[in-house]
Design a binder for this molecule. Sequence first.
Ligand SMILES: [Mn+2]
Length: 418
Amino acid sequence: MKKLNSFDFRNNQYYGFDTDKHMHFKQDLGELISDEQWNREVNKYIENMLIKEPYRLGIPELDDITTKMWSNILTIGRLFLKKIINTAPIIINFHQDGDGLSGAMSIYTSLKSMFSSYPIDNLITWLPHKGVNLEQSDIELGSSIASNVSSIEKPLFVIIDFGTTKESNNVINNALEKFDIIWIDHHKIDEFNIPNNYYINPLLFGGKSDYTAGALANVVMHAFSHVDNKELAYISLIADSSIYAPKDKNLLFESQIYDLIAIYPKIVGSSFVTPKIISNLDEYEKKEIYAYSNKRYEELEERAFKIIKKIESNKANLFILDFEKIKDNDPYPPSGKFASYIFWKLESISKKPIILILLTKKFSSVRVSKTIEDIANNIIKNIKEKGILIGGHNLAFSVDNSDEKKKEEIISVIKSAI
Ligand SMILES: [Mn+2]
């Protein structure tokens, strides 16, 4: 049995790390080894733990991208594992949706089963994040939490599934002074500066956003924990409506629960969501949450069908729905999710291909039938030419409609395309 030492300044006591059992233990002070020796042993242990062959999710298009990312994934795995062994404070700042939450769950479940005695609740703080920008307040909160724990390691800040915007650039530069940062994302990176070697995004390796952040976090964790939790990757693909999402009833059920709790943690009596909340749910509670989620979709659907406008045309039927008129105080389901749901309902009862515009105060969610992809591409081109901001992909995208004029322009572009 090879034992390594680590130092815990909180209790002014040495701790050890048992490389056979993957466990920390309180060390007899007589067996101390030097820092240098410790670091050498830690690095040796890490290299042993890393999996040389790329992990496969069983989805060829994604596995292909994983292979291209593998050496970068191992670089991230090395840092992550080093932080864990040296019991550094770790902040997990994850996007507060089904994708971000499943990524956080991958970290939680991998560490739980890899290290039986790892003090996960003392060392890891789970911070759910709304919105797309990394904020200065995230870093400040993270660093005040991290300052409560003393460690031989610089604290680690892990970002999952958000923040790749130009507004995040300054914040990240400040953050790098206080933290080492691992950043796992799959959003566009137009004016964003890649901060370090621990930033990973499938878009940099020829992949698409359909390789979700939760799936990528799952792959990263497996690279050193060997814990096989593919379901979490699949849940994230379903939650983010990835084209690679498996059509499995049980996974769909799980994904809807992740999604609802992430967006509306009050359903389980909490003010914010953490992996522990999810892992503590029993089957009965899950069924209750699932029923609530379905009820919400049905309520909004009933209101939607009362006010939705239908415009018939040659190539497609256009539906316009004002989400502001059907929503209430309960934030679930969010507009984008509901757009996909009602689109699917409309498409299943329509004889022609359809386009749906779902209007909210700030943006429109647009959904287009696959059979008229060419029309969708034209619409996107024409909207961009008008200088209106647009995001997403060709069959499901969001358009800035923050003023009445933009709203009218978008509708008229779509009307003239069909
Ligand atoms: Mn995502």
